[in-house]
Ligand binder design. Structure first.
Ligand SMILES: Nc1ncnc2c1ncn2[C@@H]1O[C@H](COP(=O)(O)OP(=O)(O)OP(=O)(O)O)[C@@H](O)[C@H]1O
Length: 247
């Protein structure tokens, strides 16, 4: 269903010397995989690669049993993308279209009938409690509502692969729980899901396997990016001497 073999992915040089890790994995239909790891571990890079948003330079990748590696054809790229839903960290919309029209776009691009588009859009708007925003424009929405709209857009065509980056899983517990129960339902029908977060959400009911990134273990003297310790000089903006700025 999804296989990666020795796929090179970027990672922070503080985590992996040289800044490149190689990832191999195999996922079957209906599997859910949590991808965890610290900042710069390569979680988004992995999702973007499977979403076919970044080229595969070497190694091998198959998606839905089709070659999606370095020699992917333009036709396979287009057909596979229609079967992948990606909920990005900061989703982009077409700002001149309403939320309802943005959400309907994947069905429009799949040449669904007008009646199907109207029915499915109405139904997914309700499912993600977006009816009151249907005629709003993306720039007028809050961050959480944009993520709800991104979930609706990614799921409207019942993709075979669903990829979720961190904010939709951590910004709002209500959205997270609704999204996870929706994904569990889709997984029962064969959808494969990859969910990326720095740490596994507490209090959510979790199912699935876990992949820790980076795959290359940091050497002891190379700790991950850390917060400054005592004795580190604070930047000037934090040591203002202008009394008038103090509360
Ligand atoms: N196109 C690229 N070329 C080279 N390096 C890249 C590229 N894109 C990302 N990186 C680097 O790869 C590393 C992993 O980035 P990525 O966004 O995948 O991390 P992440 O695990 O999602 O982190 P976070 O939890 O902060 O979102 C970072 O060090 C980043 O600077």
């Amino acid at each position: 269903m999804i296989t990666l073999e020795m796929l090179p992915l970027p990672a922070g040089t503080s985590l992996v010397p040289g800044g490149v890790q190689t990832v191999s994995l195999q996922l079957e239909r209906g599997e859910i995989l949590w991808v965890t790891g610290p900042a710069e571990a390569g979680k988004t890079a992995l999702l973007e690669t499977i979403a076919l948003r970044r080229p595969v330079a070497s190694g091998a990748m198959t998606l839905l049993n089709q070659d999606a590696g370095p020699r992917i054809t333009r036709r396979a790229h287009k057909l596979l993308q229609q079967r992948i839903g990606y909920i990005e960290a900061a989703p982009l919309f077409m700002d001149r279209l309403t939320i309802a029209d943005n959400i309907a776009l994947p069905l429009e691009m799949n040449h669904a009938s007008k009646a199907d588009i109207r029915r499915e859009t109405q139904s997914i708007l309700q499912w993600f409690a977006l009816e009151s925003h249907a005629r709003s424009y993306p720039t007028t929405l809050s961050q959480t509502t944009r993520l709800r709209a991104a979930c609706a857009r990614a799921l409207i065509s019942q993709p075979s692969i669903i990829l979720v980056d961190e904010p939709a899983l951590t910004l709002c517990a209500g959205l997270r729980d609704h999204l996870l129960s929706t994904i569990r339902g889709l997984a029962k029908n064969g959808t494969t899901a990859l969910l990326a977060t720095q740490t596994l959400p507490v209090g959510a009911s979790l199912e699935g396997e876990i992949l820790h990134l980076p795959q290359h273990k940091p050497s002891p003297e190379i700790a991950g990016p850390s917060m400054p310790e005592e004795g580190v000089a604070a930047p000037h903006i934090l040591v203002t001497r202008d009394e008038r700025l103090l509360p």
